[in-house]
Ligand binder design. Structure first.
Ligand SMILES: Nc1ncnc2c1ncn2[C@@H]1O[C@H](COP(=O)(O)OP(=O)(O)OP(=O)(O)O)[C@@H](O)[C@H]1O
Ligand SMILES: [Mg+2]
Length: 358
């Protein structure tokens, strides 16, 4: 069996096999604190909301935290910031624990292998990911999983680059960070992250346009129907978003080239796979590939592709790593992306935690 778990700043996603399919169970990494009261509880119960009661307070978890934040006129809180447990959020650990428990569920058997993604240390922020990594391992270990941790960029390589024998550059552009791993035959040669992702774009556009971060984020997630790089109205939020997508890509490629100059990579051609929610907009791949080719990297690039399901790629890569660790044949069925076999079924079905409990 085995499971994969992507613990992200915005989304927590579990992946597992169900017959020949990969099933993803997802929750937003957020919560909302409300005063406990009969009326509130009745309302939440009738709306089938995921919540817990603790010390006279109600905590609404996941996606619903955002939905109810508007209704109750309060801001949803996020347990993670820039890829790791937020030091500014006192309730971060118990809230992540609850969301992870709901998303993961009980192991199918004691010591079922679980592979968790973790960010690499950012090169531009004074933060260290070790504490976060150890906490996630301990949390799953307490649930009787046999846990291991892999870099988020390596998970993208496992998910998307099976056809090149897990050699290539895996890039996950998430909410809090962008993670990069260069791998040769499934072995990481270089891993790092930068402190910029979707949240950074939201913050920059918000501070330049005066729009709220929530408004900017909603525009970003729905507003690029015509694609990044296409004509937009002068002075519009879409215009500001394009500028900061461009800035993020330029910054990422500049730092990638710097890091590559510090290592001696094998003399082979490397394919590149882009994943993470922030790589979703139409036109992202084209814009990124052009910048990458223009940058004349210190390695040879064969081709650049985007994951079929950018949001689920890391969780899928974690599942492949976990199944390999359990000694399963990852070439069989939907979860596999073994060498020479292409990338298997790129997607899978997505469940909410409520469907999973049912
Ligand atoms: N359709 C979309 N267009 C643009 N951005 C999107 C879209 N869907 C999601 N995003 C952005 O993707 C980000 C979330 O992606 P993802 O789930 O990969 O991040 P994460 O894994 O939670 O974060 P991290 O890896 O940085 O800890 C958010 O910034 C979100 O706004
Ligand atoms: Mg991520």
């Amino acid at each position: 069996m085995a499971k994969g778990l992507d613990v992200g700043t915005m989304n927590i996603i579990c992946s597992e096999r169900e017959d020949e399919d990969v099933v993803f169970t997802q929750q937003r990494n957020a919560f909302l604190e409300l005063e406990s009261g009969d009326l509130t509880k009745t309302m939440l119960d009738s709306a089938n909301v995921l919540y817990i009661e603790k010390d006279g307070q109600i905590y609404v978890l996941g996606e619903d935290a955002f939905r109810f934040a508007t209704i109750f006129g309060k801001g949803a809180r996020r347990p993670m910031k820039r890829g790791i447990i937020s030091p500014e959020e006192k309730d971060a650990i118990p809230m992540i624990q609850l969301i992870v428990e709901r998303v993961l569920g009980e192991p199918n058997y004691r010591n079922e292998v679980l592979c968790i993604s973790s960010p690499a240390n950012p090169i531009d922020l004074d933060i260290n990911t070790l504490y976060h990594k150890k906490m996630m391992e301990a949390l799953a270990g307490r649930m009787h999983y046999e846990t291991s941790v892999i870099d988020e960029g390596l998970a993208v390589v496992y998910s998307e680059l099976g056809s090149s024998s897990f050699t290539g550059l895996g890039i996950s552009i998430g909410a809090g960070l962008t993670n990069v791993t260069l791998a040769y035959l499934a072995t990481p040669v270089m891993s790092f992250s930068i402190g910029r992702g979707g949240d950074w774009i939201d913050e920059q556009v918000s501070s330049t346009t005066g729009l709220s971060k929530e408004h900017v984020c909603a525009t970003k997630e729905s507003g690029f129907k015509m694609g990044l790089g296409s004509e937009v109205e002068f002075g519009s939020p879409e215009g500001a978003l394009s500028i900061y997508y461009d800035a993020l890509m330029t910054y990422l490629i500049k730092n990638l080239n710097r890091r590559l100059a510090e290592i001696t990579p094998p003399k082979v051609e490397f394919p590149v796979a882009l994943a993470g929610g922030s790589a979703t907009p139409n036109g992202f791949l084209r814009m990124f590939e052009k910048k990458l080719r223009d940058a004349k990297l210190q390695i040879d690039i064969s081709n650049v592709k985007r994951a079929k399901d950018p949001l689920y790629s890391v969780a899928r890569g974690c599942l492949i790593a976990a199944r390999t660790q359990e000694g399963e044949d990852v070439n069989s069925g939907g979860g596999g992306s073994g060498s020479g076999s292409g990338s298997g079924s790129g997607s899978g079905s997505v469940k909410t935690t409520e469907e999973k409990k049912a």
